[in-house]
Design a protein around this ligand. Sequence first.
Ligand code: BGC
Length: 275
Amino acid sequence: MSKKAFGIDIGGSGIKGAPVDLSSGELAADRLRIPTPQPSTPEAVADTVAELIASFDIATDMPVGVTFPAVIKAGVAQTAANVDKSWIGTDVDALLTARTGHDVFVVNDADAAGIAEMKYGAGRRTSGVVQVITLGTGVGSATFVDGTLVPNTELGHLLLHGDSAERYMASSIKDEQDLDWETWAGRLQEYFSHLEFLFSPTRIIVGGGVSKKHKHFLPLLDLKTEIVPATLRNGAGIVGAAVLAHREEKALLKADEKAAKKAEEKERAKRGAAK
Ligand code: BGC
């Protein structure tokens, strides 16, 4: 199997994708961005995803990983905090696999960013509990224990002042309420102190678009835990989704091989008994 997979990041405003070279964790071609259709229903998004993949000259057996901002269980979206509610209950894997002709594997967006950071970025070779928190329209989280992902932790919805924390400290709230860095950092302090108290992580990695401006807010935080910016920034979702797709495809092939071997053994035993 080639060490390449295709990664797609589905966001509220844009759908971005590129093939990823998994030996380096780098994009193997320039990424393409297409505006997210409005309303962002499953059917409309599936068409855009198919259009995006078709713009690249890739083999049909290349697996595709797709990030989505929701709880994902066995390929099915369970929530829709910042996306069209019609996604709830949609089998995203099945929809996109049927529409694109590729094997598609969907993963929560923050989990994808976390997978990429753990493999190629700020989480490399870090054991213990590592938490990647993405600050964007919403707040996403990826939790790793000795490198293994605990999926769908949804820590952007921890309660803070009686509501989902993301409604108080997402970077979209900073923009909407025109908060200066100090005021916003005060809100982040409350959030990260709470997170630290609940999980005692070894390291916290802060991702999302705003993480490239980390110098304005990370030094203002006072925590016991080491807190560092993500190093892959915006490309993390694409890279993490591709890593996941490659892993899942490999597991499927292995399961197929095992099943074929078992069937062969059974057949041989049957033939032996008939002799
Ligand atoms: C969603 C998460 C997502 C995060 C970042 C939250 O509102 O519930 O699933 O990871 O936003 O997009």
